[in-house]
Ligand binder design. Structure first.
Ligand code: SF4
Ligand code: SF4
Length: 257
């Protein structure tokens, strides 16, 4: 049941559980800047390159644990905790596009590439784990000059890719981890545990399209609102559309109608 409240003349919806003030969501701007600034440290603890390097060498790196935690959280938080609020590589792409190119990824056909990469990634993991006779040890602080070069190349590549193809284009078109986390989100929905999702009030929407402009994943949010279909495999639950909507037509909720 939705509650209607009036704050300073503005109607605000309480979406059956979570009423989040926009100012809180603006904290995300500081978070993504901090993630990029801390990238030279964070890559040791989370990097798909370090994870792949570890698997090839039969070693479990910190990235595997971070990724495992993200997957578990995706069951009830969707991709918000991982892609939306803690991935430094997503944050880097978002900042580059927010301040340099201001371009959105739009190709829905290219979305399918990441599923292909996901399958390749699974095959690669299986091959190298079998080849090295299983994972033999743990190294939580894996770092070497070779890894620094590989990660620098990876960061430059995803940065350029997002500048050319749009904000978070790497997340949308290429990231295999995003597919894993989408699967986690789907499992959470399937087993019907309370999980974070977007909710909309169509009647509030004035079709100003500010939500479309704010979405770092390039989603057609106003269309989602007008159709009442807020579920989207590419949504990272970042809350930018909630923050920008002047009519309070979108909000977070844990409760499914
Ligand atoms: S639809 Fe909203 S919450 Fe989802 S990715 Fe776009 S801006 Fe973020
Ligand atoms: S920003 Fe809000 S009012 Fe504007 S189109 Fe999006 S949902 Fe509708």
């Amino acid at each position: 049941m939705l509650e209607h409240k009036v704050f300073g003349g503005t109607k605000i919806e309480n979406f059956g559980g979570i009423k989040m003030k926009n100012t809180k969501i603006r904290l995300r701007n500081y978070i993504i800047v901090a993630l990029v600034v801390l990238l030279p440290i964070l890559f040791i603890f989370y990097s798909p390159v370090v994870m792949a390097w570890g698997i090839i060498n039969g070693i479990i790196t910190a990235s595997v644990f971070v990724f495992g935690a993200w997957f578990i959280l995706s069951l009830f938080m969707g991709r918000s905790v991982s892609c939306g609020y803690t991935c430094p590589y997503g944050a880097l792409q978002e900042i580059l596009n927010r301040y340099i190119m201001k371009k959105k990824p739009k190709s829905e056909r290219a979305d399918k590439i990441r599923y292909f990469i996901f399958v390749l990634f699974l095959l690669m993991v299986t091959y190298f784990v079998l080849k090295s006779g299983g994972l033999r040890g743990i190294n939580l602080f894996a770092s070497s000059s070779q890894l620094v070069i590989l990660i620098s190349a990876f960061i430059i590549t995803i940065g350029l890719f997002s500048i050319v193809f749009g904000s978070r284009a790497f997340c949308r078109y290429l990231c295999p981890q995003g597919v894993f986390l989408t699967i986690g989100t789907k499992i959470g929905r399937k087993i019907k545990i309370p999980s974070l999702h977007l909710k909309s009030v169509q009647d509030n929407c004035s079709d100003c399209k500010l939500c479309d402009k704010s979405c770092p994943m390039g989603l057609n949010v106003s269309y989602m609102v007008s159709n009442g279909t807020m579920e989207n495999l590419n949504c990272i639950l970042c809350g930018e559309c909630i923050d920008k909507c002047p009519k309070e037509a979108i909000n977070y909720s844990f409760i499914k109608d």
